[in-house]
Design a protein around this ligand. Structure first.
Ligand SMILES: *[C@@H]1O[C@H](CO)[C@@H](O)[C@H](O)[C@H]1NC(C)=O
Ligand SMILES: *[C@@H]1O[C@H](CO)[C@@H](O)[C@H](O)[C@H]1NC(C)=O
Ligand SMILES: *[C@@H]1O[C@H](CO)[C@@H](O)[C@H](O)[C@H]1NC(C)=O
Ligand SMILES: *[C@@H]1O[C@H](CO)[C@@H](O)[C@H](O)[C@H]1NC(C)=O
Ligand SMILES: *[C@@H]1O[C@H](CO)[C@@H](O)[C@H](O)[C@H]1NC(C)=O
Length: 383
């Protein structure tokens, strides 16, 4: 006899829920899919446009906390910065002394400026479109500006904790039952004036050091989306990862190094954006993985990593099963955090599924895959 649906619901979980009066019964696991990044280290999935959000500027810009120092045990943080086009940079040009910050454009267009802390350094600026990457090692002067009507920049902080600044300088929580990307504000007020000595001291305590106008003014002489060293390509030729971990650099979508892995689990195109050699801490890897869908007979990818791992969905749909939880389906904008040592399985359910990965540690998941991959000239896999 087939078990009835009712029988199926009488699972150990059901029994655990109904016998909560017994002190020896373990409490049911917290749900995997959350609406706020957890306050402690644990696996979770935060759906797109979910998460605690604050108002950053009077022109409606929003910061959403996807991965926090608390949820990653300090390893790294990831926030989403959404807004309309604005005539102002969203931050005073500044440096961090402890934090290495990375940028990945997920919607619209965002201008990004970076100037290395070195004599004679060139002020580099780029217009990032969806899928473009930039990085600002400690000491790099940087700032950014949203310039399309619906723009979003993902910021990654290594180590985690810098996001505390957004809580301190928040203009209030942003809540939208409809998941509006940002607050609708007609005006485009200048978001800040000169910092008072008190504000500056507070910013410094949060690892933000203002580069004042006598030191730095963002250049505006963009041509074809770029300003800086004219020899550097921008959407018109290859970009490479820098050999100096203190160098800021940019990788345009699909113009960086690419590798193809053709395995029993289908195709993967791996595009590293940052390896341990590109950060003075030697403990983070960032990049994208594009997958072919799982076909009949193909296996899911089974992974257990030594370091914390995060996924931010870019395209398609990913089936993700994290040890101890049911399978979940992830769409563009969803973020998953998988603590070190936690087994997980994944596969694409639709063609050309792509995600951004962020992995703590010197040798990341992508490095493991690259051992079996070959250099590849295309962002797409073969037919
Ligand atoms: C992080 O955790 C600490 C200690 O539990 C708590 O005081 C703090 O408010 C948390 N921060 C955030 C942003 O949730
Ligand atoms: C820039 O580099 C100099 C010399 O190495 C150092 O003293 C200074 O602290 C750096 N500035 C920042 C903001 O990191
Ligand atoms: C800008 O792009 C156009 C079109 O691709 C090209 O013809 C032109 O040479 C570019 N300008 C510069 C300064 O690279
Ligand atoms: C770009 O890089 C690929 C290797 O990833 C190489 O085969 C190709 O020749 C490069 N193109 C140019 C214009 O340098
Ligand atoms: C990388 O190293 C720095 C400096 O030791 C540390 O603060 C940070 O938490 C580490 N990051 C990761 C992702 O392990």
């Amino acid at each position: 006899m087939k078990p009835s649906p009712l029988f199926l619901t009488l699972s150990p979980l059901f029994l655990a829920l109904t016998s909560s009066s017994s002190p020896s019964t373990p409490s049911p696991p917290s749900p995997l899919v959350v609406d706020t990044a957890p306050s402690h280290l644990r696996p979770y999935i935060l759906p797109r446009y979910a998460g605690h959000a604050i108002k950053l500027t009077t022109s409606g810009q929003i910061i959403r906390f996807s991965i926090t120092a608390n949820s990653s045990a300090g390893a790294f943080s990831l926030v989403q910065h959404a807004g309309k086009a604005t005539g102002w940079t969203s931050a005073r040009p500044h440096t961090h002394r402890r934090v290495h910050e990375h940028f990945f454009c997920t919607k619209g267009r965002v201008e990004l400026w970076t100037k290395k802390n070195a004599t004679g350094a060139v002020d580099e600026a780029r217009v990032l479109t969806q899928g473009d990457f930039g990085t600002a090692p400690p000491g790099t002067i940087h700032t950014f500006q949203h310039i399309d009507p619906d723009s979003q920049l993902t910021h990654i902080y290594n180590p985690g904790g810098f996001e505390e600044l957004f809580q301190v300088f928040s203009l209030g929580d942003f809540e939208s039952p409809h998941g509006a990307p940002y607050e609708l504000v007609e005006e485009d007020q200048r978001p800040f004036g000169d910092a008072t000595p008190e504000q500056e001291a507070q910013l410094n305590s949060l690892d933000l050091w203002i580069a004042k106008a006598d030191v730095y003014v963002p250049r505006r002489d963009f041509v074809n989306g770029t300003a800086g060293d004219a020899r550097l390509n921008w959407h018109d030729g290859n970009n490479s990862l820098s050999s100096d971990p203190m160098d800021p650099y940019y990788i345009a979508k699909d113009y960086g190094p690419k590798y193809l892995l053709n395995s029993e689990d289908g195709y993967k195109v791996i595009q590293p954006l940052l390896t341990a050699s590109q950060t003075p801490f030697r403990n983070l890897t960032v990049g994208t993985i594009t997958l072919s869908p799982r076909r009949k007979g193909e296996k899911a990818n089974v992974v257990r990593l030594e370091n914390h791992f995060a996924i931010q969905m870019d395209e398609g749909q990913l089936a993700l099963t994290i040890q101890g939880y049911e399978r979940e389906l992830l769409l563009q904008g969803d973020v998953a955090f998988i603590p070190a040592g936690t087994r997980f399985e994944y596969y694409a359910t639709v063609p050309f599924t792509k995600f951004l990965y962020v992995n703590a540690g010197e040798r990341g998941y992508a490095d493991e895959l690259l051992e079996r991959a070959v250099p590849w000239n295309f962002p797409v896999y073969p037919a």
